[in-house]
Design a protein around this ligand. Sequence first.
Ligand code: GLU
Length: 256
Amino acid sequence: MRIVVKIGTSTLAHPTGHLNIRRVEELCKVLSDIKNSGVEVIMVSSGAIGMGVGKLGLLSRPSDIPTKQAAAAVGQCELMYTYDKLFSEYNHTVAQLLITGDDVQNETRHQNFSNTLNRLLELGVLPIINENDTVSTQEIVIGDNDTLAAIVAESVKADLLVLLTDIDGLYTADPHTDPDAKLIPVIHGIDDSVLALAGGSNGKQGTGGMVTKLQAAKICLSCGCDMVIANGSNPANLYEILNGKSVGTMFTGGSL
Ligand code: GLU
């Protein structure tokens, strides 16, 4: 089995932008254990910009591109240092892959990227992917890691993509404002009524929101990959998901 796990900034960092150490330690432990059980794991990790903001002591997430790119350059180091250290404790080797929209759109580069990923998996490595934010300007940007994670899942023919975020899944209404909102456990296919359930981005730290998650689901379902949106506050949820239990919202095998 091959899975892609995407971790959003709000799962990795406190609102201060500094690392949520307990969360990340738990996450690396669970993913190491899952890998030990024979599942091939690929991570797509956000958090470069968020972590850079914390490390540089900026007061808020920057809106201008050069500061965002500078924050990403600082934060990406911090991210990979942390992952390398924590996964090493469980004897796993990590690799960093940073890509842009160009690398996906250009057939040769996309093929090279897939070849590298597949070879890393054969070598038993845990690839960790992020957008190359330091060079991604408007024309070549993928823009959010939900979409990037779905592109990765498609490229390596993953069986499952899990998006770990700061909400339990997709609700019938916005749970922040509507007390009657109910979690939807399973969705078969994405149609307009499903797309209408998404608001914009809620997070102050990351980029995505439900819109990008549903776009990711569309990509996944079109290539036969299931997708789950689950709360990243409890990384052990990943065990439940792999055991077929209902956690969060599962998007599965519908036709588009
Ligand atoms: N690539 C961005 C980062 O690492 C995150 C994009 C996203 O949150 O979707 O900070």
